[in-house]
Design a binder for this molecule. Sequence first.
Ligand code: 13P
Ligand code: ZN
Length: 311
Amino acid sequence: MSKVPTKILLEDAMKRDYAIGAFAISNMEQIESIVEAAIRCRSPLIIMISKKSLKYSKYLAYLIDAAIKENSEIPIAMHLDHSQNFDQCREAIDFGFSSVMIDGTFDEEGKPSSFDYNLKLTKKVVDYAHKFGASVEGEVGFIGGKEDDMEIDGQRFTDPQKVEEFVEYTGVDALAVSIGNSHGLNKFVGEQQLRFDILAEINERIPKTPLVLHGASSLPEKYIQKIKEYGGSLHQVKGVPIEQIKKSIKLGIKKVNIYTDITLCMIAELREFLLKRPEVIDPREYLGTCRDEIVKLVSNKMTEFGSVDKL
Ligand code: 13P
Ligand code: ZN
C-alpha cells in the first residue's frame, strides 16, 4: 500500500465515519514516532510538512519518503501543508508528495485575497495535481493564529453559501474550514468554542466532500504543567477540547491537523530530561527521550479520531 493520495484515505474515513490524523513534522524523531504510532494502532496516516520546515531542512522530505517506503503495510499520505502558490505545489508534486494544500485565502504578499483569486489558483493546482494522481486540499474563509511565519490576527469564518461553487469549480478533494479554529497556543477567548452551526451547514451543502479541521491541538494540561514545572514559560494557553473534535468528526470533519501538541510534548519531555540528567551530552539520548511520549500522544489521537484498526 505504502504512499497514497489523501483522497483514498479520506474516502474510507467518509464511508466508515472516522477521521484521519494529519500530523505536521519538523524533525526526524517526530517522523519516526508518528509512524510508529500508526503501526501500533494499525491506522492510516497523513504526514504533513510546512514550507517553514522544508526551509529548515529540505532533507526532511526525503526522510518522510523513506519512512513511507520502509513501512509499506501502512497507507500513508505525504502532504504539503499551507502552500501559497502554484510553484510550491508543483515542486512538491514533482518531488513525490501525494497531496498538497493550496491556501488561496491570502495572496502572495500575505493579504486576504478575493474569492475569485482563491477559485482560480486552487483550480490551477487541482488540474496539475490530478494529472499525477495527487490530491488537493483547498480553503474557504481563513484560519487565525500563528502558522509558519504568518501571524494572522482574527479570522474569517467560512461562508457556507460559497462552498458548493468552490468545490464544483475547483474539483478539490478536501476542504479546510474556518469555524472558530486557529493555529498555535491560544485558540479561544473565554467560553468561545467551534461554530458547529456553520460546520453543519457546510456539511449539508457539500456532504460528499471531506472537511478538514486545522488548529486541532488540544494542548494537554499535563504538558503545560510539566513545561512550567521545569522552567518554561507559557501564557494564555487554550486548546480545542477533545469532545469538540469528536463532535466535528460527526459533522463531516475527516482530516484533523495537529502540530502544536507534538511541540508541547517534546519540549515538556526535553526540559524534564535536561534538568534531571545534566551530565548527558549525546543528542541521541536527549532527543530520543521524546519518542515514547510522542508515540503515546499520537496513538491517543488515533484512538480518539476512530482511525485505529482501519487497515
Ligand atoms: P495546531 O497549531 O492546533 O497544532 O494546528 C496545526 C495545523 O493546523 C497545521 O496545519
Ligand atoms: Zn493549518
